[in-house]
Design a protein around this ligand. Structure first.
Ligand SMILES: Cc1ncc(COP(=O)(O)O)c(C=O)c1O
Length: 453
């Protein structure tokens, strides 16, 4: 018997009733990927309120590299519950914070002294990284990338690229943000081909300094080592070499946003490790807390020390429960060799996806780094016109068959894999079988309607 067990159609009656209440009580603008309400979870499995057991390839949007309710995370949180819940690090500091900062400083790329602060969310961490970079350099401008996602607060929404639904209607935006195309080779903004292009897109940073913003006014370049929400786009290593080189020439800080890529997801603890990136500031969140809200800003000690006392911090940043969980997360990632496991999962996904691509022309691109893998769907392989509706259909078929998946991409046409990295092998294979069946169903449906037109 497989891991997936469906007692009702998806969504079942209890989920439907909660949907009705949710519509009344909660703003429409909050998105939902799956049509079910969760009742409990364990490892890579989720049970909904109708008793349906599903396999989770979404991991709460990449927050569960160590799986749902990892036993060591639960034990650490339970032990912490009996000590203290909240004190505020700015009132009575606690060792848990300092020791996690020490671990992050030791593990973040770069052989130089580092310091770490903790906040509650990825967006808050990106905001703090930018604040600190501005304070250290005394410069206002920030360079970020097309198809980037950095969050939903005013500054991070302004840095985010996709207009609908993230920006439209929410202006005016924060100023001094400049943008360049990312190394999105499948949709190269300059119609070039890697490696012949010699990462022209990265070199365009120099052009931006002539035509958009003076280099000496730029505090930081903020970049995701692999685009997350923007479609799981792994940029070539050379892209980062060029960015780093140009940043160093101009005294600009390089900030790596590893909110989605961190903690083993891409085959190394941080994607920076694999790509040879040594950022001045590393931003982490999501899987750091093992399911609890926690984010980190780790950077060169002299940079991190720039803001005056009281200039950074917050009431809940570095909550003791989240910190206890994060200590356990780091141990699990090491002990269970989750980074190596990410590579295994990624290779398995890739080999299946390449077979799917040979079968269905709608799979325009198969790409990723480690377990951060995705397929990009197109209406036609020649034009590469994005197939958003098709991706939504695939996701719907997955959900109906008991597999939680997420779409992504500026065009919403990417199916991405954010599975817990310690998923059991048979569960992973079962999930891939369901994804294959969902692709077949969605593509058949599309071929059928093309025939009847
Ligand atoms: C790369 C990246 N940065 C920042 C964020 C924002 O994180 P949060 O939703 O925790 O604010 C996300 C969230 O998906 C992300 O993927």
């Amino acid at each position: 018997m497989g891991a997936i067990q469906l007692r009702t159609s998806i969504p079942g009656p209890a989920s439907k009733e909660l949907w009705r209440r949710r519509k009344e009580a909660v703003p429409a603008g909050i998105y939902h990927a799956a049509p079910v309400f969760i009742a409990r979870s364990e490892g890579a499995l989720v049970e909904d309120v109708d008793g349906n057991r599903m396999i989770d390839f979404a991991g709460g949007i990449g927050c569960l590299n160590v799986g749902h309710r990892a036993p060591r995370v639960l034990a650490a949180v339970r032990a912490q519950l009996d000590r203290y819940l909240h004190a505020c690090f700015s009132v009575t500091p606690y060792e848990l914070y300092v020791s996690l900062a020490e671990k992050m400083n030791a593990r973040a790329p770069g052989a130089f002294p580092k310091k770490t602060m903790f906040v509650n969310s990825g967006a808050e961490a990106v905001e703090n990284a930018v604040k600190i970079a501005r304070c250290y350099t005394g410069r206002p401008a920030i360079v970020c990338f097309e198809d980037a996602f950095h969050g939903r607060t005013l500054l991070t929404m302004s840095m985010t690229s996709k207009t609908h639904p993230y920006k439209a209607g929410f202006g005016p935006f924060a100023g001094e943000i400049y943008r360049l195309p990312y190394a999105y080779c499948f949709r190269c903004a300059y119609s070039r081909t890697f490696p012949d292009c010699a990462v022209h897109c990265g070199r365009e940073l120099r052009t931006l300094f002539q035509r958009g913003v003076a280099a000496e006014t730029v505090a930081a370049v903020v970049v995701e080592p692999v685009l997350g929400e923007g479609g799981f786009v792994p940029a070539p290593r050379e892209f980062f070499e060029v960015l780093q080189q140009i940043c160093r020439e101009h005294g600009i800080l390089l900030i790596a946003d590893e909110v989605q890529t961190g903690f083993g997801r891409t085959g190394t603890l941080f994607a920076c490790d694999r790509l040879g990136i040594v950022p001045d500031i590393l931003v982490t969140a999501k899987s750091l807390g093992g399911g609890l809200p926690l984010a980190g800003v780790t950077g060169r000690a002299e940079v991190m020390d720039a803001p005056g006392v009281g200039g950074i911090g917050g009431t809940f940043g570095g909550s003791p429960l989240s910190l206890a969980a994060a200590h356990a997360v780091l141990e699990i990632v090491d002990d269970e060799k989750l980074a190596a496991r990410a590579d295994e999962l990624g290779e398995r996904f890739r080999s299946r996806a390449i077979y799917w691509q040979s079968r269905w022309p709608e799979i325009g691109d198969v790409r990723g780094l480690g377990a951060m893998q995705a397929i990009e769907l197109v209406r036609d392989p020649g034009s590469r016109e994005p197939a958003k509706a098709l991706a939504e259909e695939v996701a719907r078929h997955c959900h109906e068959r008991g597999l939680l998946v997420l779409t992504a991409g500026t065009y919403g046409n990417v199916i991405r894999l954010l599975v817990p990295l310690n998923i059991l092998r048979p569960q992973f294979e079962e999930g891939l079988d369901v994804l294959e069946a969902a692709l077949a169903a969605a593509f058949e449906q599309q071929h059928e309607s093309a025939r009847t037109i």
